[in-house]
Ligand binder design. Sequence first.
Ligand SMILES: [Zn+2]
Ligand SMILES: [Zn+2]
Length: 321
Amino acid sequence: MKGTGAQLGQYPAAWHSASLRSDHLRGLLSSVGEDEFFDALEAEVARLNGQFQTCAKSIISAHHSLKHVFKLWSPFNKKKVEISVCSGAEHTKVEVKTNTIAFYAGAYIKFAKDNAVAIRSMIDEHHKRYSGERGQDYLKELWQDQSGRASFLHSPLLAELAAVELAWTVSNSCASDSEDCSNESKDGEADDSDLQCPICLDTLFKPIALACGHVFCQSCLFEACGHGSQLGTAQAILSCIPSATRCPECRSDNVVAGARQLKVLSTTLQQRFPEYWFMKEQEEKDNKTALQAQSFQLKVQKMRQVLTTRARFHPSMLILD
Ligand SMILES: [Zn+2]
Ligand SMILES: [Zn+2]
């Protein structure tokens, strides 16, 4: 990551203190029974989840408030700004450079990954002691859970954090290069394969992440769920999709209720690929107009049917075809 600054070389203290307490769990493995171990592990998962959610939401809202500041000042300036960054149980106001936000987003993505690895290795240690399938079953159940119980393993929040990191990496490389950031990426820092929709295989347009963490273009997802021709806001259309609908990528069910529009990623992609975005917006507008015309035609047809039926009962009303 470019320009995180020497003072940012260490991860936030909260990142270390909040990580999985492996020693504590290891101690339990040798001193108490399996049930107590799994109870303690589950309590740790809940604690990690709470920490991750609080920090991820805090970083995302800090990103939005900084964007607001950017609207007032010139873009990509390097003035110091004040943002609220989560630090342990309390929120502390700290003075940071704008590029710090990328650092924190990256740190909490790493927090999520490291703790996922720590949970797996704890289950390995459990297996060495007890063998059996219980550990693997626990892992499978945890990884497949879509209720947000372990959102640091896979979730829209994780996808949005990655977008925050990308947004600031792009901003900083633009600021340091003093060039138009709409160029194709030349720094190679952002992996473009992450920006591809697995359905249309094109760059994501108005991305939505499902509870399983898979990301699609809004229109591709609605089309795949059989709601491609529905008019309305994304939230309204999402609310019409049955909860049993499976993710087009991993086939998990119950993933729609926890879906989230990735607004940070949308803005970043729009800034990075303005021509592509404009083209897709035009396409979307044309589709919407066609759908509205279709729906108007249907309404007219229906009205004609009603009036024709009425005319049969009221011969004084004449309907001309
Ligand atoms: Zn797509
Ligand atoms: Zn999925």
